[in-house]
Write a protein that binds this ligand. Sequence first.
Ligand code: FES
Length: 368
Amino acid sequence: MTTHGTPDGAHTPMNDEHGSTAVRLDQGHIQGTGGIPAQFQNPGLPPHVERMSDIDPKAAKRAELQVASMFILSILGSLACLVAYFVIPTHQQIWIPAIENGNLSHLAIGLTLAISTFFIGAGAVHWAKTLMPDQEVVEERHPLHSTPEERQAFARALAEGDAAAQLSRRPLLKMTLAGALGLFAIPPIVQLVGGLGPLPGDDLSTTFWDSKYWTNGKAPRLMRDPEMTPIKASDVTIGSVFHVLPEGIMDSEHPLDEKGKAAVLLMRLHPDQIKSQKERDWGYHGIVAYSKICTHVGCPVGLYEQTTHHLLCPCHQSTFDVTDDCKVIFGPAHRPLPQLKIAVDAEGYLIAEHGFAEAVGPSFWERG
Ligand code: FES
């Protein structure tokens, strides 16, 4: 048996093909009518339980002070974050179990930001749970398009919500919340502006290939990365590509920083394929070495197309022509990859005769 809703909302129980009794619940007013089993009837909302802060003004004041304290802790967290950012040197290390060498500046900024974020959230939750109205109400479903009356009602509800939040009645909460939110925004802004880091100046003009880093005045050999073994000219066959670093770089004071600037790609072309005299002069029997750092924004140029002799940067697809001074033939980079002048030493190993003639890596700050 099933019931069918009629235009006046009544339900007619009906037998289905299996002879069982069923009730359609999707039409008309079903509560308490139409033979609905008791377990399916709407139980309604549970009775509202008053909180201490609803009935005791002292409890409400206590809750207000607790919320304000959390906002103040958030303010302190934001201030401490700013202090950590400006006062702690970025390279200062701290011993942390399991990690061993942690960065004190990062740790302090992370912890203070966590405190600031946690207490602003905890304050808001505590405020909502103790001071804002917690009575559940049922709202009937209605057509999506709002009538003018409904819009007015919405505006009224907003105003009532504003009153219920008690901001005007509780200036302490208003002030501490404004302070917490205001200061919360400052550390990310400061870090965004300051965290972009200083301009490199002439830092990218000097790499570990330069003569000031040579040991005993000896030009550095080109070493395979990561094995750090020297490369003979005869090892470099046409079509092959080597990732190369200068000899001795791993013994430098900041090897990672130095590797980031000095990485080089080594390839061999047929000498007839080389279009520029300078490239021929700076290479060795068709072997050429170019900086691996893209001149767009500094990604490592990682893809070498053997057939076209193009180097491709995977970040934004800048493409450099190895046969023509590594000039840019496609993409956003604006200048060729700097070439490293190479030769061979008495034992046949490839060496760098001097450092790069121009700065490696991105150059957008130079163009202004
Ligand atoms: S960094 Fe290489 S194309 Fe953008």
